[in-house]
Design a protein around this ligand. Structure first.
Ligand code: UDP
Length: 323
């Protein structure tokens, strides 16, 4: 049985939907930002808190857990600057509690959701796993701290882990049964689609004077279903003993500027966007694009769904958003 912590959240729920096809799954989520409706009915759901040792012990006592996948983190860069305590408490301290209970129950396999924010402002065009890590906000820092704990626990306690550093997760399940639903919404693609649907007045482009071709920031958008598949390959590699301590980037190696994303949304939906140019947002690097060569070479994963497909699936979801 696989324990998915944070399985009611955006990325966790998409992983669960794929994973239940292959494994028995138990989801632990406190529903602080996740949605109960997003959890596939084939998974067992336990409402509980990552930082609560009793909740965790109950799960580990009740189910024969062979691996843990951990998605339960706060992930808003701006909020992490305003309230770093919240980020260190949940993303670091609570994760430490989870790892402690895993060690106690001799559960040795762990997959951790990390982030491009661990790289800070990169000095290379294509970021690979050897690129320097230098987070510029508490969110990125909190993820890097856990990565460090994993490296140490691997050496001392024989914990096997795979760290997956996501770039910009986007899109929705092709069935439109689940998708992205944050409150407040801060991510570019849902914000554009909400504007095109008429539930938001305008789209603010945060900065048009960056050192990029069209002056707007470039990001590497990756379909949430591609992310889910990468987790399953990572899990298989851990369970087979093929991998025991690895870090992989997950992106598609293609950067798109904010302007290109807006244009693609207009093309896919056939609706013209209402756009205004505003000041830069604090802490935004001009360009974040991943090289995912390592996971392609080692596990055979690559992104299959590119920007148009990401937007088409997200659009289907937003038109009929269930939660
Ligand atoms: N962005 C924007 N307007 C918005 C939201 C985002 O111009 O209303 C830009 C943001 O500055 C960044 C890109 O879109 O360059 C992606 O931002 P998002 O918050 O989706 O993801 P991040 O890269 O911060 O994880």
């Amino acid at each position: 049985m696989i324990l998915v912590v944070g399985g009611a959240g955006y990325i966790g729920s998409h992983l669960v939907k794929e994973l239940v096809e292959k494994e028995d799954v138990v989801v632990l989520d406190n529903l602080s930002t996740g949605h109960r409706e997003a959890v596939d009915k084939r998974a067992i759901f336990v409402k509980g808190d990552l930082g609560n040792e009793e909740d965790l012990q109950m799960v580990f006592r009740s189910y024969p857990i062979k691996a843990v996948m951990h998605f339960a983190a706060y992930s808003l860069v701006g909020e992490s600057v305003i309230d770093p305590l919240k980020y260190y408490e949940n993303n670091v301290a609570s994760t430490l509690t989870l790892l402690k209970v895993m060690i106690k129950f001799k559960v040795k396999n762990f997959i951790f959701s990390s982030t491009a924010a661990t790289y800070g402002i990169p000095d290379v065009k294509l970021i690979d796993e050897e690129s320097k890590t230098a987070p510029i906000n508490p969110y990125g820092q909190s993820k890097l701290m856990v990565e460090q704990m994993l490296a140490d626990f691997s050496k001392s306690y024989g914990l096997n882990y795979v760290v997956l550093r996501y770039f910009n997760a986007a899109g929705a399940h092709h069935s439109a049964a689940i998708g992205e639903s944050h409150d407040p919404e801060t991510h570019l693609i849902p914000i554009i689609l909400q504007q095109l649907l008429g539930t938001r007045e305008k789209i603010s482009v945060f900065g048009s004077d960056y050192d990029t071709e069209d002056g707007t920031c470039i990001r590497d958008y990756i379909h949430v279903t591609d992310l889910a598949h990468a987790h399953i390959l990572a899990l298989e590699a851990l369970l087979s003993g093929e991998k025991s301590a690895e870090t992989y980037n997950l992106g598609n190696g293609l950067g798109y500027s904010v302007k290109e994303v807006i244009e693609t949304c207009e093309r896919v939906t056939g609706i013209k966007a209402n756009v205004e140019m505003t000041d830069r947002r604090a802490g935004d690097p001009a360009r974040l694009v991943a090289s995912s060569n390592k996971i392609f070479t080692e596990l055979g994963w690559k992104a299959e769904r590119h920007l148009e497909k990401i937007i088409a699936d997200a659009w289907k979801w937003h038109q009929n958003q269930l939660y």
